[in-house]
Design a protein around this ligand. Sequence first.
Ligand SMILES: [Mg+2]
Length: 382
Amino acid sequence: MRDIFVRRATESGKWGPEFDTKGSVWRLFLKYPKIALHRPHMKITRLQVHILRAPDTARPHWVSHFIVPKANEILVRVLTDEGVEGIGLATSYTPIEAAIHAVKTGIADLIVGADALAPEALYQKLFALTWQRPAHEKGWSREAIVRISAAVDIALWDIVGKRAGLPLYRLFGGYRNVVPCYVTCAYYRDGKTLSELRDEMQMLKAQGHTGFKAKAGGLPLAQDMERLELVRETIGEDRDLMVDVNRGWDLATAIEGARLLEPLNPRWLEEPVRWADDRRELKLLAQKTRIPLSAGESELTSYGCRALLEEQAIQILQFDCTMMGCASSPTCRPRRTMIVSSTPTSSRRPPRASSSSPSPTRSATRFRRSCSRTRRRSPRVC
Ligand SMILES: [Mg+2]
């Protein structure tokens, strides 16, 4: 007890290391009992918000049914009274103006002054705005609140890691400091020919990528298959190919598409069916294909990701902490994990025997921040 009191009194900054020599510790304890209850606290003094915009191009990039926004990244810098700074990033597929409006009309006031070393407390406070009247009165959309919560949460965990002197993967108990990554490619662009697609894939291959995630769902199935066959042919059989439909297919097309894709040996098929009834349709599709199905990045919250797993709608969860928060997100809290579960069944294709290929678990644990340099320069839609 004496040691705790001395340590906390020192941590509080009220006394320096000479504290222990000032006389009876117990006398001081009786005089200043609150010091014994002192907890480390780091006050947030300022919040800076930046919107990142991609360069203007004459030919926008498309996924299956929407243009990739040019400005959909929210970068926050959280400054503290101890000079430790945290950086956080959030992504939004909807117009960024909603988040800007929330920042300009007071949500930052709820963040400044909070304890940077208590990210869960601040996350819960911000997330609770989604069902509170003042937020509605100020016109803060649910998505804007969740995205800002995500960016701030990442920044606060950045601060926690810096304060602890440990990278977060170590703080959370992990041991790997290398993760596999892939490049997202084959976006649709007006006038894009197969020749242009081949050049793109050759360039990415020359850059040394070993995993390639190609967009699909934006053209009739026969044309999309022609594109994907070209992608597989260009990258070769020994590299990973993934296919991302961005919720573009109806169930019948998804079943047929999966059948046609199997010879191309994709590691997974991402968000193959439309959003409205996706859990049910993903389960139905899984009965028709041996290709693992993935989803998660389009969920608004981690609750939705948990439901995808619990309802066994997917085999690979693509949790995105830039969408819904870092370790303070409720369903991540129990083990401070970004995870992800891989639940292969007997009907699933076994993992390929390739030393360069990530295992199913490693595939499952990838998340968007681990994407490649090229992908970061490309539009931010996974
Ligand atoms: Mg995606």
